[in-house]
Design a protein around this ligand. Structure first.
Ligand SMILES: *[C@@H]1O[C@H](CO)[C@@H](O)[C@H](O)[C@H]1NC(C)=O
Ligand SMILES: *[C@@H]1O[C@H](CO)[C@@H](O)[C@H](O)[C@H]1NC(C)=O
Ligand SMILES: *[C@@H]1O[C@H](CO)[C@@H](O)[C@H](O)[C@H]1NC(C)=O
Ligand SMILES: *[C@@H]1O[C@H](CO)[C@@H](O)[C@H](O)[C@H]1NC(C)=O
Length: 412
């Protein structure tokens, strides 16, 4: 009798401790989302002292019973969605780098009604690694409240694989809550309804209430696609080995275009161009060397080819993934790639005249910067068929193509 009572109490207390831990840890997590504290705070209510997260759980009744039954409820709902699911038959990772045309490319792919698409799931995760030394922020998920210290790079790699896989296979209980609430969620047609829902219902319980939007959209899609600019090819290839449904698209842009765009975005200072470009092109070269050894499951594609021939290359991408290239999709491609008005907006390169979009850097770069990049990126140029600059006239004359035959097998 006595034992049972104690055990019963123990369970309840354990339950409430987990919830209190969840709340505390998640609040801390959000506190450290340096760039969008206010935005996230507003959405979740974590930063507003007037809104208590516990309130909707205990509902003014017995606190502990309320908490315990909430945990049971979470478990039941997650089990309903995650046990015995088939999920998408094809998983695709669109692996690329910042400012390399991935938004444009992904937009062409997410037009298919077969696709569940997620836009950069790793943004928030990376911020855990930017904390001051000895500050450990746990990553909080719905499945088992695991704690990972992401300052260690190995943990980041392990968790980023888990996170990408969770999105590709519709197991959202493994996705940490900060990631579920990040603003990128609104950038995909298929996660937008979930995003809108989390704007309406706030806090952890609101988030939980909105999860079915993700589950249902993901589970009925034959194809899932995740775009990432924060995963190296080595990590992606490890995922390839453990997931037989996975294919990878490796999107490459002329480093001069990527770097000029990153510079304009303030990713690095002009005085740092040499060192930044050196590391960047070293990274790209390593990734390409790994990618080319898996020609069946990894397709390499140049952003410039896609912009010059959007119909042909989109069709090839659709074929590689195994999706139907319908007339609706052709119509969409026409509407976003033929000449239109592009206002002065650094984020809008994906719109309007795609042929122009991939070449605009040539009107802005100085010959000195172009030569600096040509010098440290010669490996990437050689492999991918980008031509170094000979003169300022040639650089500015867009009739002169800077894209030649690649040395490796590229989708074109
Ligand atoms: C909360 O309490 C109100 C009034 O006591 C009740 O009508 C409602 O059903 C309760 N909600 C939950 C989720 O228990
Ligand atoms: C989401 O919200 C935005 C802005 O409020 C609205 O324009 C859009 O139609 C909504 N989309 C969905 C799918 O709910
Ligand atoms: C190169 O890769 C490393 C680790 O994979 C990463 O930390 C770094 O930011 C990358 N550098 C650039 C300039 O892309
Ligand atoms: C580029 O080609 C177009 C048409 O072929 C021509 O009209 C234009 O003068 C050329 N521009 C330059 C700078 O050579």
């Amino acid at each position: 009798m006595r034992l049972t009572a104690i055990r019963g109490m123990g369970c309840t207390c354990k339950g409430s401790i987990i919830v209190i831990f969840l709340v505390a840890a998640t609040s801390l997590t959000f506190f450290y989302q340096t760039s969008s504290i206010k935005d996230i705070g507003e959405r979740t209510g974590y930063l507003s002292p007037r809104k208590s997260l516990i309130q909707p759980i205990n509902n003014g009744t017995d606190k502990l019973t309320g908490l315990a039954s909430t945990i049971e409820n979470v478990k039941t709902v997650i089990a309903r969605y995650e046990q015995n699911i088939r999920g998408p038959e094809i998983n695709v990772l669109l692996l690329t780098y910042m400012r390399s045309g991935s938004t444009f490319t992904a937009d062409l792919l997410q037009q298919s009604p077969d696709v569940f698409y997620v836009f950069e799931p790793l943004t928030t995760l990376l911020r855990y690694g930017m904390l001051p030394p000895f500050v450990y922020i746990p990553v909080v998920t719905f499945d088992q409240a695991p704690v990972y210290h992401l300052q260690k790079m190995n943990n980041f790699k392990m968790f980023s694989k888990r996170l990408l896989n969770a999105f590709l296979t519709c197991t959202f209980s493994q996705v940490d809550m900060a990631t579920l609430l990040q603003y990128h969620v609104r950038n995909s047609l298929t996660t937008l309804p979930f995003y809108n829902c989390t704007r309406q219902y706030r806090g952890i319980l609101g988030l939980f209430r909105c999860l079915p939007h993700l589950y249902e959209r993901c589970q009925r899609s034959p194809v899932s696609i995740a775009k990432t600019i924060r995963t190296r090819m080595q990590t992606a290839v490890e995922m390839l080995q453990s997931n037989p449904k996975l294919k990878i698209i490796h999107l490459i842009r002329d480093p001069r275009g990527t770097l000029m765009s990153e510079l304009r975005f303030g990713r690095f200072r002009k005085s740092e161009l040499l060192t930044y470009a050196t590391t960047f092109c070293k990274n790209v070269t390593e990734d390409l060397e790994i990618a080319r050894t898996h020609p069946d499951r990894i397709k390499i594609i140049r952003y410039e080819d896609l912009c010059d021939n959007p119909f042909l290359l989109s069709k090839k991408l659709y074929d590689f993934i195994g999706m139907e290239f319908t007339s609706e999709i052709k119509k969409y491609i026409h509407s976003v790639t033929s000449a239109g008005n592009e206002v002065n907006c650094p984020l809008c390169t994906s719109r309007a005249d795609s042929k122009m979009a991939s070449k605009r850097w040539r009107q802005q770069i100085t010959i000195k910067d172009a030569l600096t990049i040509d010098n440290v990126c010669s490996n990437v140029f050689h492999i991918m068929g980008y031509k170094p600059v000979n003169s300022l006239d040639e650089l500015r004359n867009l009739n002169v193509s800077f894209v030649a035959e690649p040395k490796i097998n590229v989708l074109r």
